[in-house]
Design a protein around this ligand. Structure first.
Ligand code: GLU
Length: 382
């Protein structure tokens, strides 16, 4: 999973976006980019494959687009190799709209053929660029219908309501199959970001005269601790002074402002040369934090939220399978060792990416445990 950050406010967007992308660095990525609505109301992008310091930062040192709203992205390629062209943000056919995307658009091929037939030309191999064109096409149609209601032509200079932008994004997303967390900007509406999610996380940061959007709290925590976690099918309109959430499914979105507990230092590398070393040295503290309040010393037992099996059910388990990917898979190997050592229950560790496609027999006394570090690992969730 890669990262998204967006800013609307009164400060220069470029440096805020790059700082946000650096804070998302710990997630790993292959390229990075930003797009800003400039003071001349044009969307300008800079994007480069490779690490921020080796790519994007050098590009920005030559010239940084100036403006007070924009979006940024760190990519982990799924469609098309890590190249400058495939990096996000991607533009629509008109070049007026740009978007960043986390996730995979499953019906991109079908959407793309329809768009190619209508004369759209693509510059990258990504599913994301198809999404940008798809939304851009819907936006053009929505604006056209607004300007020419029932065949009459309205003044082309009159300002376009922001609701047209969010409506067009929402309408376009109804035709999309797959997962997405997106942030979209358009030069018709400088100072506005539309965000939407389905299957990929998205969080709002609520500031004073400025608002943020990110795929992860670490991208915004240095600016504000007031956040709103978006739900699947939410579409949010963000301006410097307000935000509005609609839900494509229920029409009434559940909006709750929460306070972030963690410190921005937790998302920083600190004195360590890389994140892995930091995590290794933090293990003792991390284990202490995770266990705090959950060990019952008097009872010689532990209490975990969410573990709702009875003692009888727990005692009947005669086999444990743990499914996980990546770092979680390695953590599972430690759990396997401990469970066999302490509980004497045969335990196996499986790659979730294999396990989901197998028809492995699991009888009623077998317990399946799944571990995901981010909570988003698609194979583990499946
Ligand atoms: N599918 C998109 C791509 O390959 C987004 C990948 C990502 O989540 O970074 O560009």
């Amino acid at each position: 999973m890669c990262g998204i950050v967006g800013y609307v406010g009164r400060r220069e967007a470029g440096p805020i976006l790059v700082e946000g992308l650096r804070r998302l660095e710990y997630r790993g990525y292959d390229s990075a980019g930003i797009a800003v609505v400039t003071s001349g109301n044009k969307v300008e992008a800079r994007k480069k494959r490779g690490k921020i310091d080796d790519g994007l930062a050098r590009e920005l040192a030559l010239s940084t687009p100036s403006g007070t709203s924009g979006i940024g992205h760190t990519r982990w390629a799924t469609h098309g190799p890590p190249t400058d062209e495939n990096s996000h943000p991607h533009f629509d056919q008109s070049g007026h709209l740009a978007l960043v995307h986390n996730g995979v658009i499953e019906n991109y091929d079908r959407l793309k053929s329809g768009l190619v037939e209508r004369g759209h030309r693509f510059l990258s191999a990504t599913d994301t660029e198809v999404l940008a064109h798809w939304i851009g096409k819907q936006l053009a149609e929505t604006v056209e219908a607004h300007r020419q209601p029932h065949g009459a032509t309205t003044n082309p200079e009159s300002p376009l309501p922001v609701a047209l932008f969010s409506r067009a994004v929402a309408e376009a997303l109804r035709g999309v199959i797959g997962t997405y967390g997106i942030a979209v900007i358009c030069e018709y509406w400088p100072g506005v970001i539309i965000g939407a999610r389905r299957g990929s996380p998205l969080i709002l940061g609520v500031g004073d005269g400025e608002n943020f959007i990110g795929s992860d709290a670490s991208a915004i925590v240095s600016h504000t601790r007031q956040v709103v976690y978006l739900n699947d099918y939410d579409v949010v309109t963000l301006t410097p002074d307000r935000f509005m959430v609609e839900n494509l499914g229920t029409e009434t979105a559940q909006v709750q402002i929460s306070r972030l507990e963690f410190d921005s230092e937790a998302a920083e590398r600190g004195p360590y040369p890389h994140f892995m070393l930091k995590e290794i040295f933090e293990q003792a503290q991390t284990v202490r934090n995770a266990l705090r309040g959950r060990i019952d010393h008097d009872d010689g037992s532990a209490k975990f939220g969410g573990l709702n099996m009875s003692l009888g059910e727990l005692r009947s388990i005669d086999r444990i399978v743990i499914a996980a990917c990546g770092t979680s898979w390695h953590a599972a190997l430690v759990a396997e060792y401990l469970l066999e050592e302490l509980a004497h229950i045969p335990t196996e560790v499986e790659y979730a990416s294999e396990f989901r496609y197998r028809n492995a027999p699991m009888d009623k006394h077998a317990l399946l445990l799944v571990i995901t570090q981010s909570g988003e690992t698609a194979d583990t969730l499946a």
